[in-house]
Design a protein around this ligand. Sequence first.
Ligand SMILES: Cc1ncc(COP(=O)(O)O)c(C=O)c1O
Length: 383
Amino acid sequence: MRPELSAIVESPLVQIATAAEAMPGSIKLCYGESDMPTAGFICRAADAAARAGHTFYTHTAGAPELRETIADKIRELQGVSYHPSEVMATVGGTMAIHVALRALVGRGDSAVIVSPAYAIYVNSVAMSGGEPRQVPLSANGARFSLDLDRVERAIDANTRVIVVNSPSNPTGWMMTDDEQRALAGIAARHGVVVLSDEVYERLTFDAAIAPSMARWIDDKDRLIVVNSFSKTYNMTGWRLGWAQASESIIRTLYKAAEFITSNPASIVQHAGIVALRDGEAYVRDLRAHYAARRAQVTAALRVVPGVTLPEPLGAFYAFPHLAGVTNSTMVAADLLRATGVAIAPGTAFGPSGEGSIRLCFAASEATITEALQRLVGYLEDAL
Ligand SMILES: Cc1ncc(COP(=O)(O)O)c(C=O)c1O
């Protein structure tokens, strides 16, 4: 086995979830997905697509109608213009991230990754033979912020890409305009590409939307945006996402994807068109639901002595820091054993996540109420 692959460690999230599944009465808040099934109007669209004969291969980059609908949505939401040929449908945001990093980074190259972060970036860079350089966010109690000096210092002549995810999994941090402008400036100065993972773009609490890096970087050869249907429409299992970049980057990515996944499922692509066209009321309701859950979680955790919880500004995670905790993996295992609540240890998101835990609050009010009762009781004893 190649060391680049055999060195990958199984996600601690999978280990915790597997242990939780064997425990009757456990509550799984460890994964990054909602407990709500996909909406009926999207399921019906998939059924109609199958019956209408959308059962063949499409172009690797997706059916033309889907690429057009995505380009229209980008314009409507972000006010930036992408031609359908600058958009490519992928098998989840996962595939877009992997193929983009595969295209950008090779042996001897490095990627600067704003952390704590979803483990896919570090692993995709490592699988490409490159060096992931994690740059931690600064945390000053109430909020996270981007340490621009550290980002700039991490870049050298071999750095090919800066990876940033806002709104962020796991922290809920959302880049400010100033941070976006400054990051765009750093990337331009050093001639590196920005890979901007915007899969939580619509799941914001105090802003209508998280502004895309595409508002700050005009040169589409210098920016790859990744997005997904998974979080916005509760379609995690359908595996549909997209990448946006210059036509020439997109051509490179789909030429590679042809021999990795080929196109995302045709039926799913057609359901995705309907989600984008008819899903606005659904997204509005979802945002309100998550806002209420955020309020529940922050109110309950903030009053626990030893817990510091920066306000999640987007996505659907709380990332409380626990005073005195130096092994969050042990805390996660012990919490599960003692209470049946499964959360993710902060180290699953890189060394800068140590001392914190991540809980996903995309669940019903009753589930979150029960989980918080158990979690708060545990933390009050443990901290
Ligand atoms: C930040 C981030 N990016 C990308 C993904 C991948 O999502 P998907 O492949 O389901 O579109 C996830 C999933 O948890 C995520 O949290």
